[in-house]
Design a binder for this molecule. Structure first.
Ligand code: FAD
Length: 358
């Protein structure tokens, strides 16, 4: 059986790895590079990691596994009747097609946006790193995990960091948890400008509703835009992402979607961990094994030296079990948790919560 995968991010590469040997697997990727780690990009920007360490799999690795990797190849259109994927470098027939096209960084919509950079690809990271080394400081827009990871790593490396966020809360967490994260990051030098709206950007800084913030290097890290265009152009149903059912099936027969491009029940999980887990479950489904995925958001982050796990639903009051662990409930049932520090404890708790929900 021929499986063609569009996208060589964590979703695509994990799926290829799990199907290789049993299926004929082709990966179509528009970038010229083999798979690299996006979660490590801010470590690379900060100078903690040389560029070559971003690549977990060499080109020989793909060869050894019998995975045909087509780099520098853009998927353009799916002829669903003929089961053929048209690309910038020819046509690829498939029995099963998997869209793992990921997302791009959400674009800012303020006047002067050409003075703002975004962070998604290694090219973006190279550009930011070069400018950071020239300027010695950075202004980061956003209060999600990409913004905080970048702020934490770059501050730890000794650069001056200002973080501008329109809300008071970080990571969508409540005030108490946000405050704790803020204090940890302030401890290593991150300067916070919260509840601050950017009105416009210029070469030398930002105009905000709380005054002018100088800074020549400004990076937007606030959200993602799923890459749905290929699906849309090919008549596959989309919402914010490509719409899927609980077995990753799109509205088109023989075509599946996983990772940052895929939307299930209004949710796009948006993490490398979820993309790789979805890939493993889809691989089992395609092999005819019984497998299911429970679309339960859970991720571990590292903001400089602060490790943090956010598991499941974290809205509502919650109860501190100890200094490091707050659990959230619906009735008596635990539905989510936030764990600082001990990540083994976080994994145990995640298992308990998943079991309680099933
Ligand atoms: P992507 O990684 O976006 O890969 C999609 C691939 O498809 C891309 O290579 C793209 O070039 C290719 N593609 C798209 N359209 C086409 C086309 N038409 N033709 C051919 N190729 C195409 N997640 C975590 O879990 N933990 C973290 O700590 C973390 N930190 C992050 C830090 C940064 C700076 C960034 C940017 C992301 C971070 N993430 C983290 C998020 C994580 O990287 C994403 O959730 C993950 O990469 C999604 O994987 P994916 O395979 O769905 O898509």
């Amino acid at each position: 059986m021929k499986v063609v995968i569009v996208g060589n991010g964590p979703g695509g590469v994990e799926l290829a790895k799990n199907l290789s040997g049993e299926f004929e697997v082709t990966v179509i990727e528009k970038e010229e590079l083999p798979h690299y780690s996006k979660p490590m990009l801010s470590h690379y920007i900060a100078g903690f990691l040389p560029e070559e360490k971003l690549f977990p799999y060499s080109l020989e690795w793909y060869d050894r596994r019998g995975i045909e990797l087509r780099l520098g190849t853009s998927a353009l259109f799916i002829d669903r009747a003929k089961r053929v994927l048209a690309t910038s470098k020819g046509e690829f027939p498939y029995d099963v097609l998997v869209l793992a096209t990921g997302a791009r960084a959400a674009e800012p919509a303020v006047p002067g946006k050409e003075h703002l950079l975004t962070l998604r690809t290694l090219d973006d990271a190279r550009r930011i790193k070069e400018k950071l080394e020239e300027e010695g400081e950075i202004v980061i827009l956003g209060g999600g995990f990409i913004a905080l990871e970048l702020a934490g790593n770059v501050a730890k490396a000794g650069y001056r960091v200002k973080l501008v966020h329109r809300k008071r809360n970080l990571l969508g967490l409540d005030e108490e948890l946000s405050e704790r994260i803020r204090k940890e990051l302030e401890g290593i030098g991150v300067e916070f400008h919260l509840e601050t709206n950017v009105l416009s950007a210029s070469e030398n800084g930002l105009n905000t509703d709380r005054g002018y913030i100088p800074g020549r290097l400004k990076v937007c890290a606030f959200g993602i835009a799923p890459n749905v265009e290929l699906a849309l152009r090919s008549g596959i149903q989309t919402g914010k992402g490509i719409l899927i059912d609980d077995s990753f099936r799109t509205s088109a027969e023989g075509i599946y979607a996983i990772g940052d491009c895929a939307e299930y029940n209004g949710m796009i999980l948006g993490t490398a961990r979820a993309a790789a887990e979805q890939a493993r479950v889809l691989a089992s489904i395609l092999k005819g094994e019984s497998a299911s995925y429970d679309f339960f958001g859970s991720t571990v982050f590292k903001f400089a030296d602060l490790s943090l796990a956010i598991i499941g639903r974290t809205d509502g009051e919650g109860k501190w079990l100890d200094d490091e662990t707050r659990v959230f409930y619906r009735g008596d049932k635990p539905v989510g948790a936030v764990v600082f520090g001990d990540l083994r404890k976080a994994l145990r708790l995640e298992k308990e919560i998943r079991e309680a929900l099933n």
